[in-house]
Design a protein around this ligand. Structure first.
Ligand code: DX5
Ligand code: ZN
Length: 218
């Protein structure tokens, strides 16, 4: 089947007791990459996991590691995540530091650079950086927790950004993250998303291949 969208399962929703098995199952179910949510308890009001998890996972999967840094000071940790085996590193425009420098640093490390926008951040905040980016991540919930309700009001921003890039001939990936399930995925894809992050709509479901197929059915 031709893939209209790529699926990036968020391991935040996995059973950590069986993380290896969970990743094997999601990879054989057809995941295109693995989404790794890193939280510092400061940029977002929650903690998750970090560098050692990326390092432990790296040798055991063929999937690209799509690392989402919800950190106040992303610049400090880029090289650690790059060395641990991240393939793409996404940071927030609302975080500290100059995005131009952060993007350049990620590229110097040979990784794909992504910029993320919280629901309340306007599209314009990303405009100055789009020419240099590999991906834009539109948060469709407030970052910090899995299992929240999709915010449809973020779709206007996604369409605006994808239109802006199309008009200028920029070819970026557009990823959406938060509350993506079979009922919200079509809206996101229609608004321009080509990578869907999904945590609770995949992990914990009885059949991961079936759950993934339902997300791809737009
Ligand atoms: C939220 C994270 C998401 C989250 C998505 O801060 O960035 O990646 O794990 O979880 P679901 O798909 O359950 O909304
Ligand atoms: Zn995420």
């Amino acid at each position: 089947m031709e893939k209209l969208v790529k699926i990036s399962p968020s391991i935040l929703a996995a059973d950590f007791w069986r993380l290896g098995e969970e990743i094997e199952r999601i990879e054989s179910a057809g995941a295109d990459m693995l989404h790794i949510d890193v939280m510092d308890g400061h940029f977002v009001p929650n903690l998750s996991f970090g560098i050692p998890v990326v390092k432990s996972v790296r040798p055991h999967t063929h999937l690209p590691l799509d690392v989402h840094l919800m950190l106040s000071e992303p610049m400090k940790y880029l090289s650690a995540f790059a060395q641990a085996g991240a393939d793409g590193i996404t940071f927030h425009v609302e975080a500290e530091g100059d995005p131009v420098q952060i993007i350049a640093a990620i590229h110097r490390m040979g990784k794909r650079a992504g910029l993320s926008l919280k629901p309340g951040t306007p599209a314009q905040a990303a405009y100055p950086f789009l020419a240099d980016l590999d991906m834009v991540l539109i948060m469709t919930v407030e970052p910090g927790f899995g299992g929240q309700k999709f915010m449809p009001e973020t779709m206007e921003k996604l369409s605006q950004l994808s239109r802006y890039c199309r008009e200028r001939g920029y070819s970026l990936d557009f990823e959406v993250d938060g509350g993506i399930d079979p009922s919200t995925a079509p809206m996101a894809a229609e608004s321009g998303a080509n990578i869907l992050v999904a945590g609770s709509a995949l992990f914990g479901k009885p059949d991961y291949a079936v759950a993934m197929e339902q997300l791809r059915r737009l």
